[in-house]
Design a protein around this ligand. Structure first.
Ligand code: SF4
Length: 331
């Protein structure tokens, strides 16, 4: 039976400070906060009790660009958010959770450091078109969304043999050609390094009080076309569609090329899309099985990368304690 995977996680929105201003973003704030260590540890404890295996860290890019966050980090004696993140990842491992961090555009050396305590890293490409950074376009005020920078990060992950998650955001004003161009760019890098473990095909959702609050969401037809195109361009890739952003239609994507439902949390919200509740895992299982497919839990590092030993020694014991002979979470 064909297997569909998901990861049971806790979502940690470490800080909503960000140097970028994407026109669709409802997450970043001009008056940001940063979670303290006790707050994060509380989530680890609750997640562990509920059987979560992944700690997903997401935060705005270069949050130290905000004076308030910089001051807070200094007060806690951290010189950067990545130094703080490293310690939180170590805490997560002690609680039995495998970190996956989305740290934005960072340097190769920083990625190397984070890979010591992360099962995988991630960065959405969003789209590889420079046009989306021009005046009046969604990434006009987001220096970190320049495709060249993001492609460089994805490439550096390959050089470092870091299992990597990336993806595209559909419906932000891009053309069909730009979607295909983005998927081909991802393929090109993956052909060289073989390190991309999954591609997320994410549908844009308008957020209140943002410049794109009245923009239309991509249609189901468009999303299905993109998923099919991704499957064609990358026949062996894991393709993920977030079920909480497609609550009534996610099943259809499984029949059109998607084979992963991403991180699903029994205790924390999707803080980037707080209006979109996660489906219940039991319900996901039943609905997947009605398609003749089998739903299995995976770790934030996919089985193919566990087999290749693409993880740090610090993670070995924990990874091995969770998996069966196929590299999926023991049932
Ligand atoms: S979408 Fe991400 S990068 Fe863009 S402003 Fe929001 S937090 Fe920053």
């Amino acid at each position: 039976m064909k297997i569909i995977t998901f990861s049971k996680n806790v979502f940690i929105p470490l800080t909503n400070a960000c140097r970028n201003r994407c026109a669709y973003c409802g997450f970043r704030s001009d008056d940001p906060r940063i979670m303290d260590r006790a707050e994060v540890q509380k989530i680890f404890r609750e997640g562990k009790k509920k059987g979560c295996k992944e700690a997903l860290f997401t935060f705005g890019e270069m949050p130290e660009s905000n004076e308030k966050v910089r001051r807070q980090l200094r007060g806690w004696r951290y010189s950067s958010v990545l130094e703080y993140l490293y310690e939180l990842c170590e805490d997560a491992l002690k609680h039995g959770l495998l970190p996956h961090s989305n740290a934005g555009v960072i340097e190769k050396q920083e990625m190397k450091m984070l890979s010591e305590v992360n099962a995988s890293l991630g960065l959405m490409l969003e789209n590889a078109s420079e046009r989306l950074c021009k005046k009046g376009m969604p990434h006009e005020h987001s220096p970190g969304k320049r495709p060249k920078l993001r492609l460089k990060v994805i490439e550096n992950a390959g050089k470092l043999k870091i299992p990597f998650t990336t993806g595209i955001l559909v419906g932000i004003g891009e053309t069909n050609e730009e979607i295909l161009y983005s998927l081909r760019k991802i393929k090109e890098i993956n052909d060289r390094y073989g390190h991309i473990q999954e591609i997320i095909i994410q549908n844009f959702k308008p957020k209140k009080n943002t410049p794109m609050q009245d923009s239309a969401e991509p249609s189901l037809h468009k999303m299905l076309t993109v998923v099919r195109a991704a499957r064609q361009i990358l026949p062996n890739m894991n393709i993920q569609v977030p079920p909480n952003l497609n609550p009534d239609t996610w099943q259809i994507f499984l029949s059109s090329g998607a084979n992963d439902l991403g991180g699903v949390s029994p205790i924390t919200k999707d803080y980037i899309n707080p209006e979109a509740d996660w489906p219940k895992i039991e319900k996901m299982k039943i609905l997947t099985e009605t398609l003749g497919l089998s739903l299995r839990e995976r770790l934030p590092i996919y089985p193919e990368f566990i087999k290749k030993d693409w993880y740090s020694k610090k993670l070995e014991e924990l990874i091995k304690s969770y998996i069966d002979e196929d590299g999926l979470v023991k049932t």
